[in-house]
Design a protein around this ligand. Structure first.
Ligand SMILES: *Cc1c(COP(=O)(O)O)cnc(C)c1O
Length: 223
């Protein structure tokens, strides 16, 4: 199937409550344009410089999301335009986003990434530590950052039951945080990628990040 056909087929199966982020990392601008012509407007990237490069050459009405691990010294490259940062995994990063957003006279929406996978390598807050941080209340002083919800990446395994448990755990945390800490605007639960988005949606996801299903395999030898 072509990129346009994949987008159409995907959109036909996603519930109205679920937003599609087309993950275009390591695919050329022409591939993004093909998805754009199919009506897709939200794109996700994992590397700050690649994101900035694509933003500069592609249509202005694209809504760019940062989904990959973000180093504090790279926030400045995307702060002027990024719509949502999914991968906020530390207090320090929140503070830098606050500062760079203020410099650009804007408010940046973010998701807090929670570590739900059992694998060692996955980044994100530990749930207990994040609960303590939110209870501490320092985040309420951030006037240029809006915490919109949570994001998680499940273990890369064929064990669907394990993936379901990880997503369900994140959904429970999301519901609890919304009830305890946020009056409104805490409405986004980003979970699910090409191989596990059906399980994520069944577990309460409101935003899926799908790359290879739309654009094909990524060629890491070119990075
Ligand atoms: C690359 C990436 C995706 C998309 O993965 P696919 O398997 O290609 O759908 C989703 N989320 C994150 C955090 C990623 O880095």
């Amino acid at each position: 199937m072509s990129i346009q056909e994949e987008i159409a087929a995907l959109k036909a199966t996603l519930p109205d409550t679920v937003t599609l982020v087309a993950v275009s990392k390591m695919h050329p601008a022409e591939a993004v344009m093909e998805a754009y012509r199919a009506g897709q407007r939200i794109f996700g990237e994992s590397y700050a410089l690649e994101l900035r490069g694509k933003q500069a050459q592609l249509p202005d009405d694209i809504r760019w999301h940062m989904i990959g691990h973000l180093q504090t010294n790279k926030v400045k490259y995307i702060a002027s335009f990024v719509e949502l940062i999914h991968s906020v995994d530390s207090e320090r990063l929140l503070e830098v986003i606050e500062r760079e957003a203020a410099k650009n006279d804007r408010t940046i929406d973010v998701l807090l990434e929670v570590k739900i996978a059992r694998e060692e390598s996955k980044s994100g807050w530990d749930a207990a530590h994040l609960t303590d941080y939110l209870a501490g209340g320092a985040w309420k002083a951030l006037s240029h950052v809006r915490i919109r919800g949570l994001m998680g990446v499940a273990t890369d395994t064929s064990d669907a039951e394990q993936v379901r448990e990880e997503f369900t755990g994140l959904k429970h945390l999301f519901d609890r945080f919304r009830e305890v800490f946020f009056d409104c605007g805490f409405d986004t639960l980003s979970m699910g990628m090409t191989h596990d988005y059906s399980i994520a949606i069944a577990s309460g996801s409101t935003m899926v990040r799908i790359g290879s299903r739309i654009f094909g395999a990524r060629d890491y030898s070119k990075k």
